[in-house]
Design a protein around this ligand. Structure first.
Ligand SMILES: Cc1cc2nc3c(=O)[nH]c(=O)nc-3n(C[C@H](O)[C@H](O)[C@H](O)COP(=O)(O)OP(=O)(O)OC[C@H]3O[C@@H](n4cnc5c(N)ncnc54)[C@H](O)[C@@H]3O)c2cc1C
Length: 475
């Protein structure tokens, strides 16, 4: 494979083209994108895999903070899903101490059962320690349109060709591979094609006919409205996910605005009812989608990426993380042309994200028709059955939940189980009793350090998030 042609110029195509270019700078990469169709323009939250992408490309967080209105993200703050708020936090400054997260979590569960998370108070208050470098947290929020401009420029700077055109059909060779893709006026040829056409799925579904695996029996969200407001308030370090009557609302803080979205099921709520519920007259976008993924991401000489490959829903901001991981997986399969192995791995990446997302909906609020429907129609997957069986005996360990290139492991699952009150404390007590006294003492100390932020090395001074960002930009 010497030439790659991407159709679509959304963030997933740009990210993927840049990863490909970083490994194979001599291969010809072209992106054909349609300005007339435009990009989806949502997707302001990332997972920590974003850091891996930046590292691979040599892009600094400071650059993104300057150019894409980016802010630090430490996870998600869940409100009103159950009686008490809870957090899913990744990468706080005490992570270095978390060599043995299970022991830490077990100690926390046994000692501090009233607090439904394991994170420092200062993060909840939007404060950051000064001495940490510019990449702590490893996740960001950003303006997705500014990010698109930034990635486009980075593609151009690195020799990736960009053409404005709309692909309408294709020709095939005898084996059924794509020989060329065509617009009204031009023909484009490459050895390998990548479908980044978003929800249109022009190559993978419309032209190649690969089937869509719907997950709408499990996941009930299928609609969203988005809006924003300018803001010079303090900047939180978390995405907020607040459960509402027919779904949930996200709030994503960038430097100068707050981006909002209400995600719901159209079986229970119309767009007008959703707008009324959140008291918003003018929305930026109304988005409809079917949760699911392609049966095969790589078929013949074509691979789907981003929204054209699959999308479950926005909770936990999985989509860009999956794109990044899928692309790193792809790099390992190009030379062997081994689509079967690749598809197997990518399915497990999607399965891992799906199970994690689904867990968030297990046995939550029951105070509206939608939430009652959600609870009565919840289907536990085999993976979740197994997880709950494990939880009757002990905490799940890293190796049994992680999959190659997957997004979520035991550190993530435990926090959601904890927040939703699904952890039976008795087997954990047994686990805790089994530790040596010395180890128990160490972890008790650590929990107090985290709670009181009294680690002198790390926390000699704190800055509000906004000031920390300004300090980085003006350095
Ligand atoms: C409600 C919602 C919230 C989300 N929140 C998050 C989040 O917080 N975090 C996260 O990681 N992800 C999130 N996502 C997903 C995120 O939006 C996408 O992963 C990301 O924007 C990449 O999209 P894309 O590039 O696949 O598609 P798009 O942005 O839709 O880009 C498609 C591209 O293809 C072009 N195109 C289409 N058809 C043709 C054609 N025939 N010829 C040429 N060009 C064509 C378009 O013009 C465009 O350039 C969210 C998605 C939704 C729907």
């Amino acid at each position: 494979m010497n030439s790659f042609l991407f159709v679509g110029g959304g963030n997933s195509s740009y990210i993927s083209a840049l990863i490909l270019n970083s490994r194979y700078p001599n291969k010809k990469i072209t992106i054909v994108e349609s300005e007339a169709i435009g990009i989806i323009g949502v997707g302001e939250g990332t997972t920590e895999h974003w850091f891996k992408f930046c590292e691979c490309l040599g892009i600094s967080f400071t650059e993104l903070i300057e150019k894409c209105d980016a802010t630090y993200k430490f996870g998600v703050h869940f409100k009103n899903w159950v009686k008490d708020d809870y957090y899913h936090c990744v990468g706080h400054p005490f992570n270095a101490h978390h060599a043995d997260y299970l022991a830490y979590a077990a100690t926390h569960l046994v000692k501090r059962t009233k607090q439904r998370d394991t994170i420092p108070q200062f993060l909840k208050e939007g404060m950051l320690p000064i001495p940490c470098g510019d990449t702590f947290g490893h996740q960001l929020h950003f303006d997705s349109v500014k990010l698109n401009d930034f990635l486009l420029q980075t593609c151009l700077d690195r020799g990736i060709s960009i053409v404005n055109d709309e692909i309408i059909d294709a020709t095939f060779d005898r084996q059924g591979n794509i020989a060329s893709v065509n617009s009204k006026t031009e023909t484009y040829k490459a050895d390998f094609y990548i479908d980044g056409t978003g929800f249109k799925r022009t190559l993978i579904q419309k032209i190649l006919g690969v089937k869509w695996d719907s997950y709408s029996d499990h996941l009930f969200m299928n609609s969203a409205i988005t809006w924003h407001e300018n803001s010079s308030d303090d900047i939180p370090l978390f995405t907020t996910s607040e459960a509402l009557k027919n779904g949930w609302k996200w709030t994503i803080p960038t430097q100068n605005k707050k981006a909002y979205g209400y995600i719901f099921s159209d079986k229970f709520c119309s767009v007008e009812e959703a707008k009324e519920e959140v008291n918003v007259k003018d929305v930026d976008k109304v988005i409809k989608f079917e949760p699911g993924k392609m049966e095969r991401m790589w078929y013949k000489n074509c691979m789907a990426i981003g929204l054209s490959a699959g999308f479950f829903e926005p909770i936990e901001a999985t989509s860009l993380g999956i794109t990044i991981q899928q692309m790193f997986c792809f790099l390992h399969h190009i030379s062997s042309n081994d689509s079967d192995s690749f598809n197997k791995y990518v399915n497990t990446i999607y399965d891992n994200a799906f199970n994690f997302i689904l867990l968030h909906y297990y046995n939550v609020r029951k105070d509206s028709e939608f939430w009652r429907f959600n609870n009565t129609h919840f289907k536990k997957t085999e993976f979740l059955e197994n997880l709950f069986d494990i939880m009757l005996k002990r905490l799940p360990f890293k190796e049994e939940l992680e999959v190659p290139w997957g997004l979520f492991g035991s550190l993530n699952f435990i926090q959601i189980l904890y927040g939703l009150n699904h952890i039976d404390i008795s087997p954990i007590k047994k686990e805790y009793q089994f530790y040596s006294e010395e180890k128990r003492e160490d972890y008790n100390c650590l929990i107090n350090q985290v709670k009181n932020a009294d680690d002198a090395d790390l926390i000699d001074k704190m800055l509000p998030h906004r000031d920390k960002l300004l300090a980085l930009i003006n350095k």
